[in-house]
Design a protein around this ligand. Structure first.
Ligand code: DI6
Ligand code: FE
Length: 403
Protein backbone atom coordinates (compact mmCIF):
# COMPACT_ATOMS: atom_id res chain seq x y z
CA UNK A 1 0.00 0.00 0.00
CA UNK A 2 1.50 3.36 -1.05
CA UNK A 3 1.08 6.35 1.28
CA UNK A 4 0.47 8.49 -1.80
CA UNK A 5 0.26 8.05 -5.54
CA UNK A 6 0.68 10.90 -8.04
CA UNK A 7 -0.96 10.05 -11.33
CA UNK A 8 -1.54 11.43 -14.80
CA UNK A 9 1.79 13.21 -14.84
CA UNK A 10 4.84 13.08 -17.08
CA UNK A 11 8.02 12.25 -15.20
CA UNK A 12 11.43 13.73 -15.93
CA UNK A 13 13.21 11.16 -13.79
CA UNK A 14 16.75 12.36 -14.64
CA UNK A 15 17.83 8.78 -14.10
CA UNK A 16 21.39 8.33 -15.33
CA UNK A 17 20.63 4.89 -16.71
CA UNK A 18 17.59 5.94 -18.75
CA UNK A 19 18.13 6.19 -22.51
CA UNK A 20 15.22 8.65 -22.85
CA UNK A 21 15.96 12.40 -22.84
CA UNK A 22 15.48 13.70 -19.28
CA UNK A 23 14.82 10.08 -18.31
CA UNK A 24 11.27 10.91 -19.29
CA UNK A 25 8.28 8.66 -18.74
CA UNK A 26 5.06 9.86 -20.36
CA UNK A 27 1.74 9.19 -18.62
CA UNK A 28 3.60 8.25 -15.50
CA UNK A 29 2.94 7.71 -11.84
CA UNK A 30 5.01 8.27 -8.73
CA UNK A 31 4.29 6.20 -5.63
CA UNK A 32 5.54 7.14 -2.15
CA UNK A 33 5.89 5.36 1.13
CA UNK A 34 7.43 6.71 4.32
CA UNK A 35 8.96 9.68 2.54
CA UNK A 36 10.64 7.62 -0.16
CA UNK A 37 9.90 6.79 -3.77
CA UNK A 38 8.55 3.28 -4.18
CA UNK A 39 7.04 3.42 -7.67
CA UNK A 40 8.29 5.23 -10.78
CA UNK A 41 6.73 4.14 -14.03
CA UNK A 42 3.82 4.27 -16.37
CA UNK A 43 0.28 4.59 -15.01
CA UNK A 44 -0.61 1.66 -17.24
CA UNK A 45 1.87 -0.60 -15.43
CA UNK A 46 0.60 0.06 -11.89
CA UNK A 47 -0.05 -3.16 -9.99
CA UNK A 48 -3.74 -2.41 -9.50
CA UNK A 49 -6.44 0.26 -9.52
CA UNK A 50 -5.02 3.45 -7.97
CA UNK A 51 -7.56 3.73 -5.15
CA UNK A 52 -6.91 0.11 -4.16
CA UNK A 53 -3.13 0.44 -3.89
CA UNK A 54 -2.68 3.90 -2.33
CA UNK A 55 -4.04 5.65 0.73
CA UNK A 56 -4.09 8.94 -1.16
CA UNK A 57 -4.39 9.43 -4.91
CA UNK A 58 -3.63 12.74 -6.60
CA UNK A 59 -4.27 13.28 -10.32
CA UNK A 60 -1.98 15.88 -11.84
CA UNK A 61 -3.66 16.42 -15.18
CA UNK A 62 -0.60 16.24 -17.42
CA UNK A 63 1.86 18.26 -15.31
CA UNK A 64 5.57 17.40 -15.31
CA UNK A 65 7.28 16.04 -12.21
CA UNK A 66 11.02 16.56 -11.77
CA UNK A 67 13.35 15.80 -8.91
CA UNK A 68 13.58 18.76 -6.52
CA UNK A 69 16.21 21.23 -7.69
CA UNK A 70 19.54 21.21 -5.85
CA UNK A 71 21.67 24.33 -5.49
CA UNK A 72 25.02 22.75 -4.60
CA UNK A 73 27.16 25.90 -4.23
CA UNK A 74 25.98 29.03 -2.44
CA UNK A 75 27.33 31.57 0.00
CA UNK A 76 23.89 32.61 1.20
CA UNK A 77 24.69 33.35 4.84
CA UNK A 78 26.01 36.91 5.00
CA UNK A 79 25.06 40.42 6.05
CA UNK A 80 25.25 43.61 4.03
CA UNK A 81 25.51 44.00 0.27
CA UNK A 82 28.12 45.14 -2.26
CA UNK A 83 26.10 47.38 -4.56
CA UNK A 84 28.85 49.99 -4.19
CA UNK A 85 31.39 47.57 -5.67
CA UNK A 86 29.04 46.84 -8.53
CA UNK A 87 29.13 50.57 -9.26
CA UNK A 88 32.92 50.63 -8.92
CA UNK A 89 33.28 47.78 -11.38
CA UNK A 90 31.03 49.52 -13.85
CA UNK A 91 33.32 52.51 -13.50
CA UNK A 92 36.33 50.43 -14.44
CA UNK A 93 37.66 48.72 -11.29
CA UNK A 94 38.10 44.94 -11.46
CA UNK A 95 36.95 42.32 -8.94
CA UNK A 96 40.60 41.62 -8.12
CA UNK A 97 41.44 45.36 -7.72
CA UNK A 98 38.61 45.74 -5.22
CA UNK A 99 39.71 42.65 -3.30
CA UNK A 100 43.32 43.86 -3.10
CA UNK A 101 42.14 47.24 -1.78
CA UNK A 102 40.48 45.51 1.20
CA UNK A 103 36.98 45.46 -0.27
CA UNK A 104 35.39 42.43 -1.85
CA UNK A 105 35.03 39.43 0.41
CA UNK A 106 36.51 41.39 3.33
CA UNK A 107 33.79 44.01 3.18
CA UNK A 108 31.21 41.24 3.60
CA UNK A 109 33.33 39.82 6.43
CA UNK A 110 33.04 43.14 8.29
CA UNK A 111 29.26 43.19 7.92
CA UNK A 112 28.88 39.51 8.80
CA UNK A 113 31.07 39.74 11.91
CA UNK A 114 28.96 42.66 13.10
CA UNK A 115 25.64 40.84 12.63
CA UNK A 116 23.99 38.81 15.39
CA UNK A 117 23.23 35.15 14.86
CA UNK A 118 19.51 36.01 14.81
CA UNK A 119 19.99 38.63 12.15
CA UNK A 120 22.06 36.24 10.01
CA UNK A 121 19.46 33.52 10.51
CA UNK A 122 16.70 35.82 9.34
CA UNK A 123 18.66 36.92 6.27
CA UNK A 124 19.60 33.35 5.36
CA UNK A 125 16.06 32.08 5.91
CA UNK A 126 14.53 34.64 3.57
CA UNK A 127 17.03 33.67 0.83
CA UNK A 128 16.40 29.97 1.42
CA UNK A 129 12.67 30.56 1.21
CA UNK A 130 13.19 32.27 -2.15
CA UNK A 131 15.10 29.26 -3.42
CA UNK A 132 12.55 26.81 -2.03
CA UNK A 133 9.68 28.62 -3.73
CA UNK A 134 11.61 28.36 -6.98
CA UNK A 135 11.84 24.58 -6.56
CA UNK A 136 15.07 24.06 -4.61
CA UNK A 137 14.61 21.24 -2.12
CA UNK A 138 18.30 20.85 -1.19
CA UNK A 139 20.91 23.57 -0.99
CA UNK A 140 24.47 23.92 0.17
CA UNK A 141 25.85 26.94 1.98
CA UNK A 142 29.35 27.86 2.99
CA UNK A 143 30.97 29.71 5.83
CA UNK A 144 33.80 32.02 4.83
CA UNK A 145 32.57 35.49 5.73
CA UNK A 146 33.55 35.09 9.38
CA UNK A 147 37.22 34.08 9.15
CA UNK A 148 37.53 33.70 12.90
CA UNK A 149 36.21 30.84 14.98
CA UNK A 150 33.23 32.56 16.61
CA UNK A 151 32.10 34.16 13.36
CA UNK A 152 32.56 31.04 11.21
CA UNK A 153 30.59 29.05 13.79
CA UNK A 154 27.95 31.79 13.92
CA UNK A 155 27.48 31.55 10.15
CA UNK A 156 27.18 27.77 10.22
CA UNK A 157 24.72 27.92 13.12
CA UNK A 158 22.65 30.62 11.43
CA UNK A 159 22.44 28.65 8.19
CA UNK A 160 21.54 25.47 10.04
CA UNK A 161 18.78 27.23 11.99
CA UNK A 162 17.49 28.95 8.85
CA UNK A 163 17.29 25.67 6.92
CA UNK A 164 15.41 24.05 9.78
CA UNK A 165 12.96 26.96 9.98
CA UNK A 166 12.35 26.95 6.23
CA UNK A 167 12.22 23.16 5.98
CA UNK A 168 14.78 22.80 3.20
CA UNK A 169 17.50 20.16 3.14
CA UNK A 170 20.92 21.78 3.65
CA UNK A 171 24.58 20.78 3.52
CA UNK A 172 27.10 22.93 5.38
CA UNK A 173 30.57 23.64 4.01
CA UNK A 174 33.45 25.07 6.00
CA UNK A 175 35.30 27.72 3.95
CA UNK A 176 37.72 29.46 6.30
CA UNK A 177 40.26 29.68 3.46
CA UNK A 178 38.09 32.17 1.58
CA UNK A 179 40.14 35.33 2.23
CA UNK A 180 42.95 36.33 4.55
CA UNK A 181 41.40 38.20 7.50
CA UNK A 182 42.91 41.61 8.24
CA UNK A 183 44.26 40.60 11.64
CA UNK A 184 46.50 38.04 9.89
CA UNK A 185 47.50 40.32 7.00
CA UNK A 186 51.18 39.91 7.86
CA UNK A 187 51.03 36.29 8.87
CA UNK A 188 49.39 34.02 6.33
CA UNK A 189 51.10 30.96 7.78
CA UNK A 190 49.41 31.36 11.14
CA UNK A 191 45.99 31.91 9.63
CA UNK A 192 46.20 28.79 7.49
CA UNK A 193 47.39 26.80 10.52
CA UNK A 194 44.44 28.15 12.53
CA UNK A 195 41.92 27.46 9.74
CA UNK A 196 43.19 23.91 9.31
CA UNK A 197 43.65 23.39 13.03
CA UNK A 198 41.56 24.46 15.99
CA UNK A 199 39.02 26.51 14.02
CA UNK A 200 38.00 23.49 11.94
CA UNK A 201 38.07 21.28 15.01
CA UNK A 202 35.71 23.61 16.88
CA UNK A 203 33.22 23.85 14.03
CA UNK A 204 33.37 20.11 13.37
CA UNK A 205 33.01 19.22 17.06
CA UNK A 206 29.74 21.17 17.10
CA UNK A 207 28.42 19.02 14.24
CA UNK A 208 28.25 21.98 11.88
CA UNK A 209 30.43 20.78 9.00
CA UNK A 210 29.53 18.38 6.19
CA UNK A 211 32.40 19.27 3.83
CA UNK A 212 35.45 21.52 3.53
CA UNK A 213 36.14 23.96 0.70
CA UNK A 214 38.80 26.60 -0.07
CA UNK A 215 39.26 29.45 -2.54
CA UNK A 216 42.33 28.49 -4.57
CA UNK A 217 43.12 31.67 -6.46
CA UNK A 218 45.67 34.46 -6.78
CA UNK A 219 43.46 36.62 -4.53
CA UNK A 220 42.72 33.58 -2.32
CA UNK A 221 45.01 30.74 -1.27
CA UNK A 222 47.79 28.76 -2.91
CA UNK A 223 47.61 25.05 -3.68
CA UNK A 224 50.15 24.45 -0.88
CA UNK A 225 47.88 26.22 1.62
CA UNK A 226 44.86 24.33 0.34
CA UNK A 227 46.71 21.05 0.83
CA UNK A 228 47.10 21.81 4.51
CA UNK A 229 43.35 22.47 4.80
CA UNK A 230 42.52 19.30 2.85
CA UNK A 231 44.82 17.16 5.01
CA UNK A 232 43.02 18.49 8.08
CA UNK A 233 39.63 17.72 6.51
CA UNK A 234 40.78 14.22 5.71
CA UNK A 235 41.88 13.74 9.31
CA UNK A 236 38.35 14.70 10.40
CA UNK A 237 36.84 12.31 7.85
CA UNK A 238 35.25 15.20 5.94
CA UNK A 239 34.93 15.32 2.14
CA UNK A 240 36.50 18.22 0.28
CA UNK A 241 35.65 20.46 -2.67
CA UNK A 242 37.45 23.42 -4.17
CA UNK A 243 36.94 26.79 -5.84
CA UNK A 244 39.39 26.16 -8.67
CA UNK A 245 40.58 27.90 -11.84
CA UNK A 246 37.99 30.69 -11.70
CA UNK A 247 40.18 33.65 -12.61
CA UNK A 248 43.47 31.86 -13.38
CA UNK A 249 44.92 28.35 -13.51
CA UNK A 250 46.81 27.47 -10.35
CA UNK A 251 46.37 23.70 -10.58
CA UNK A 252 43.49 23.60 -8.12
CA UNK A 253 41.38 21.20 -10.15
CA UNK A 254 44.22 18.68 -10.28
CA UNK A 255 44.74 19.11 -6.56
CA UNK A 256 41.04 18.55 -5.91
CA UNK A 257 41.16 15.40 -8.02
CA UNK A 258 44.23 14.22 -6.11
CA UNK A 259 42.19 14.45 -2.90
CA UNK A 260 39.22 12.70 -4.55
CA UNK A 261 37.20 15.88 -4.00
CA UNK A 262 33.44 15.72 -4.39
CA UNK A 263 33.65 18.68 -6.76
CA UNK A 264 35.84 21.33 -8.31
CA UNK A 265 33.88 24.51 -8.87
CA UNK A 266 34.08 27.35 -11.46
CA UNK A 267 36.79 25.84 -13.76
CA UNK A 268 36.78 28.59 -16.41
CA UNK A 269 40.57 28.26 -16.70
CA UNK A 270 40.80 24.47 -16.34
CA UNK A 271 42.77 22.65 -19.05
CA UNK A 272 42.71 19.16 -20.57
CA UNK A 273 45.02 17.68 -17.93
CA UNK A 274 42.81 19.06 -15.14
CA UNK A 275 39.72 17.59 -16.74
CA UNK A 276 41.38 14.20 -17.25
CA UNK A 277 42.41 14.15 -13.59
CA UNK A 278 38.85 14.98 -12.51
CA UNK A 279 37.52 12.19 -14.71
CA UNK A 280 39.84 9.68 -13.03
CA UNK A 281 38.80 10.73 -9.52
CA UNK A 282 35.08 11.06 -10.28
CA UNK A 283 35.17 14.71 -9.17
CA UNK A 284 32.08 16.62 -10.32
CA UNK A 285 32.55 19.87 -12.28
CA UNK A 286 30.32 22.54 -10.73
CA UNK A 287 29.68 25.30 -13.26
CA UNK A 288 28.73 28.72 -11.91
CA UNK A 289 27.44 30.87 -14.76
CA UNK A 290 26.08 33.57 -12.43
CA UNK A 291 29.60 34.60 -11.41
CA UNK A 292 30.82 34.39 -15.02
CA UNK A 293 27.97 36.66 -16.06
CA UNK A 294 28.19 39.13 -13.21
CA UNK A 295 31.98 39.54 -13.45
CA UNK A 296 31.66 39.82 -17.24
CA UNK A 297 34.23 37.07 -17.70
CA UNK A 298 35.02 35.92 -21.20
CA UNK A 299 36.85 32.62 -20.75
CA UNK A 300 34.30 29.82 -20.57
CA UNK A 301 34.73 26.52 -18.75
CA UNK A 302 35.87 23.68 -21.05
CA UNK A 303 32.44 22.10 -21.50
CA UNK A 304 33.43 20.04 -24.55
CA UNK A 305 36.39 18.55 -22.68
CA UNK A 306 34.17 17.79 -19.70
CA UNK A 307 31.77 16.00 -22.03
CA UNK A 308 34.53 14.08 -23.81
CA UNK A 309 36.00 12.90 -20.50
CA UNK A 310 32.54 12.16 -19.09
CA UNK A 311 33.02 14.41 -16.10
CA UNK A 312 29.61 15.01 -14.55
CA UNK A 313 28.57 18.67 -14.79
CA UNK A 314 26.56 20.30 -12.03
CA UNK A 315 25.21 23.84 -12.20
CA UNK A 316 24.79 26.12 -9.17
CA UNK A 317 24.01 29.72 -8.31
CA UNK A 318 27.18 30.57 -6.33
CA UNK A 319 24.78 33.04 -4.71
CA UNK A 320 26.93 35.66 -2.92
CA UNK A 321 26.95 39.44 -2.64
CA UNK A 322 30.15 40.03 -4.61
CA UNK A 323 30.30 37.92 -7.72
CA UNK A 324 26.88 36.30 -8.13
CA UNK A 325 23.87 38.05 -6.60
CA UNK A 326 21.62 35.57 -8.39
CA UNK A 327 18.94 33.78 -6.43
CA UNK A 328 16.94 32.32 -9.34
CA UNK A 329 17.74 28.70 -10.08
CA UNK A 330 15.91 28.74 -13.39
CA UNK A 331 17.87 31.78 -14.53
CA UNK A 332 21.05 29.93 -13.54
CA UNK A 333 20.06 26.95 -15.69
CA UNK A 334 19.23 29.31 -18.53
CA UNK A 335 22.66 30.95 -18.18
CA UNK A 336 24.36 27.55 -18.18
CA UNK A 337 22.68 26.93 -21.52
CA UNK A 338 23.07 30.36 -23.13
CA UNK A 339 26.52 31.29 -21.77
CA UNK A 340 28.23 27.90 -21.50
CA UNK A 341 26.38 25.91 -24.17
CA UNK A 342 24.85 23.21 -22.01
CA UNK A 343 21.79 21.59 -23.48
CA UNK A 344 18.60 22.14 -21.47
CA UNK A 345 18.80 18.50 -20.45
CA UNK A 346 22.39 18.95 -19.20
CA UNK A 347 21.37 22.10 -17.34
CA UNK A 348 18.51 20.31 -15.59
CA UNK A 349 20.72 17.31 -14.78
CA UNK A 350 23.19 19.88 -13.45
CA UNK A 351 20.70 21.12 -10.88
CA UNK A 352 19.39 17.66 -9.96
CA UNK A 353 21.33 14.43 -10.43
CA UNK A 354 24.82 15.88 -10.81
CA UNK A 355 24.30 18.46 -8.07
CA UNK A 356 23.42 15.58 -5.74
CA UNK A 357 26.72 13.94 -6.70
CA UNK A 358 28.58 17.18 -6.01
CA UNK A 359 27.21 16.99 -2.46
CA UNK A 360 27.92 13.28 -2.06
CA UNK A 361 24.16 12.67 -1.78
CA UNK A 362 23.51 10.93 -5.09
CA UNK A 363 22.32 7.74 -3.44
CA UNK A 364 19.59 9.65 -1.61
CA UNK A 365 18.39 12.47 -3.88
CA UNK A 366 18.79 13.95 -7.36
CA UNK A 367 16.58 11.70 -9.49
CA UNK A 368 13.17 10.04 -9.40
CA UNK A 369 14.47 6.62 -8.50
CA UNK A 370 12.98 3.87 -6.38
CA UNK A 371 14.47 4.02 -2.90
CA UNK A 372 15.48 7.69 -3.02
CA UNK A 373 13.94 10.38 -0.86
CA UNK A 374 10.69 11.75 -2.23
CA UNK A 375 11.98 15.26 -3.02
CA UNK A 376 10.23 16.49 -6.16
CA UNK A 377 8.44 19.36 -7.87
CA UNK A 378 5.29 19.50 -9.97
CA UNK A 379 5.50 21.99 -12.83
CA UNK A 380 2.69 23.21 -15.06
CA UNK A 381 4.74 23.07 -18.27
CA UNK A 382 4.41 21.22 -21.56
CA UNK A 383 8.03 20.00 -21.63
CA UNK A 384 10.98 19.94 -19.23
CA UNK A 385 12.96 22.20 -21.57
CA UNK A 386 10.62 24.99 -20.49
CA UNK A 387 12.24 24.96 -17.06
CA UNK A 388 15.46 26.12 -18.68
CA UNK A 389 13.92 28.21 -21.45
CA UNK A 390 11.79 30.70 -19.52
CA UNK A 391 14.01 33.11 -17.64
CA UNK A 392 12.56 32.80 -14.18
CA UNK A 393 8.80 32.67 -14.36
CA UNK A 394 6.35 30.74 -12.32
CA UNK A 395 7.75 28.38 -9.75
CA UNK A 396 6.52 24.87 -9.26
CA UNK A 397 2.87 24.24 -8.52
CA UNK A 398 3.79 21.89 -5.68
CA UNK A 399 7.02 21.09 -3.86
CA UNK A 400 7.71 17.95 -1.83
CA UNK A 401 10.55 17.21 0.57
CA UNK A 402 10.56 13.74 2.13
CA UNK A 403 7.18 13.27 0.48
N1 DI6 B 1 34.31 32.53 -5.36
C1 DI6 B 1 33.23 33.21 -5.56
O1 DI6 B 1 32.66 33.28 -6.60
C2 DI6 B 1 32.81 33.78 -4.30
N2 DI6 B 1 33.75 33.27 -3.41
C3 DI6 B 1 34.60 32.57 -4.05
O2 DI6 B 1 35.51 32.00 -3.49
C4 DI6 B 1 32.85 35.26 -4.25
C5 DI6 B 1 32.61 35.72 -2.86
C6 DI6 B 1 32.52 37.21 -2.76
O3 DI6 B 1 32.95 37.96 -3.63
O4 DI6 B 1 31.97 37.62 -1.71
FE1 FE C 1 31.74 30.40 -4.56
Amino acid sequence: MFDALYLDAHLATLEAASPAPYGAIADGALGLKEGRIVYVGRCADLPGPAEAIAKRVVRLDGAWITPGLIDCHTHLVFAGDRANEFEMRLNGATYADIARAGGGILSTVRATRAASVDELTRLAASRMLGLLRAGVTTLEFKSGYGLDAPSEIKMLEAGTAAARAVGVRAQRTYLALHALPPEYADDRRSYVRHAAGDMLEMAHARGLVDAVDAFCEGIGFTPEEVREQFDAARACGLPVKLHAEQLSNLGGAGLAAHYAALSADHLEHANAADVAAMARSGTVAVLLPGAFYFLKETKKPPVDLLRTHKVRMAVASDFNPGSSPVLEPRLVMNMAATLFGLTPEEALAGMTRNAAAALGLDREIGSLTIGKKADFCVWRVASPAELVYWIGGEGPERIFIDG
